[in-house]
Design a protein around this ligand. Structure first.
Ligand SMILES: Cc1cc2nc3c(=O)[nH]c(=O)nc-3n(C[C@H](O)[C@H](O)[C@H](O)COP(=O)(O)OP(=O)(O)OC[C@H]3O[C@@H](n4cnc5c(N)ncnc54)[C@H](O)[C@@H]3O)c2cc1C
Ligand code: FES
Length: 289
């Protein structure tokens, strides 16, 4: 296991619990050890409380070395995240992490497209922030989709994205502050958002790229399986490098139970890989949908 010795088990104090519309939450915890090394696309195995015995995997939305904190964003879909949403500031929960390979940016690429859907937005948003902090000159664009109100402060963007309808200029504060052009999509008809799928404005933008710009670009995506499938197809059609973060139900999250295996194409052979420790990030062309 490549990340042996780098996964920490910590008792983490809740320092903030933010509630958004449609049962969406951001929980910020003090996790001194994992906050020092957590990277975009990695995740923590989080004790949720209530009657849930198994922990739940949650991607990092952010980590702060200075504050010693990590952030998670989630929507309550079952008993685990429902119990987690009930915790209060000062409560303690056990978190194990950082786990998995995460997104790794190739040094020969100076441009990236971030695509996130629903509770798949956290790892790609985190990736955008880290790429920008590491290299202010990197060319980034982000496309986020949600069928419930976005669990972020939204605003109007003055940053254009070629190929997209400039009148649809809703974005989220976090991206605008970093000057990362970002467009939002929803089929729910939110003001300023593209009415449709997140891949539609992404595709229109890619249409504007030259062949040499495409060679410089990589897509990072996380979201529901149907969205990932559409992103993989888009990347294949437009001949762009693309990596996707997968989700599977997990019992151990450290590679021991094989409960999270998926079929992956590697060296022209089908292999069973564990999403927890071999992933959760895989190249789009390796994945069977
Ligand atoms: C690497 C990784 C990162 C993740 N990051 C996030 C994140 O940042 N935010 C977030 O909100 N979620 C994230 N998830 C998903 C989250 O961990 C799961 O949705 C988790 O199961 C929720 O727990 P729960 O008890 O609330 O719901 P559960 O009871 O586990 O149910 C969740 C949903 O899955 C369905 N389900 C339950 N069991 C199965 C099964 N065996 N097979 C198929 N479907 C089933 C249920 O019907 C329900 O719709 C991530 C998952 C992975 C693997
Ligand atoms: S959850 Fe046990 S091997 Fe991945």
């Amino acid at each position: 296991m490549s990340n042996k010795g780098t996964i920490f088990e910590e008792t983490a104090e809740v320092v903030e619990q933010l509630r958004f519309e449609a049962d969406q939450f951001v929980t910020i915890v003090k996790a001194e050890k994992s906050s020092q090394t957590a990277k975009p696309g990695q995740f923590a195995f989080v004790e949720c409380g209530g009657n849930t015995i198994l922990r739940r995997p949650l991607s990092y939305l952010r980590s702060s070395k200075e504050d010693g904190t990590v952030e998670f964003m989630y929507k309550t879909v079952g008993p685990g995240l429902e119990a987690l949403s009930q915790i209060e500031i000062g409560d303690e929960i056990k978190v194990m992490g950082p786990i998995g390979n995460g997104f790794i940016h190739p040094s020969n690429k100076n441009s990236a497209i971030l695509i996130g859907g629903g509770v798949g937005i956290p790892p790609v948003l985190f990736m955008g922030e880290e790429l920008k902090k590491a290299n202010d000159d990197i060319e980034l664009v982000a496309f986020f989709g949600s069928e419930v109100p976005f669990p972020f402060q939204t605003c109007t963007s003055d940053l254009g994205i070629p190929g997209t309808d400039q009148s649809l200029n809703a974005t989220i504060d976090d991206m605008e502050k970093l000057r990362i052009p970002c467009r939002l999509s929803s089929q729910a008809g939110y003001a300023g958002c593209h009415l449709g799928l997140v891949t539609e404005p992404a595709s229109s933008f890619i249409e504007t790229l030259s062949d040499s710009e495409k060679m410089e670009t990589v897509i990072y995506a996380c979201g529901p399986e149907k969205m990932l499938e559409a992103v993989a197809l888009l990347a294949k059609e437009k001949q762009l490098d693309c990596v996707l973060s997968l989700e599977e139900h997990m019992a151990c999250a450290i590679g021991g139970c094989a409960g999270c295996t998926v079929k992956i194409l590697e060296d022209d052979h089908e292999k069973m890989k564990r999403v927890c420790v071999d992933g959760p990030v895989f190249k789009a062309e390796q994945i069977y949908f």
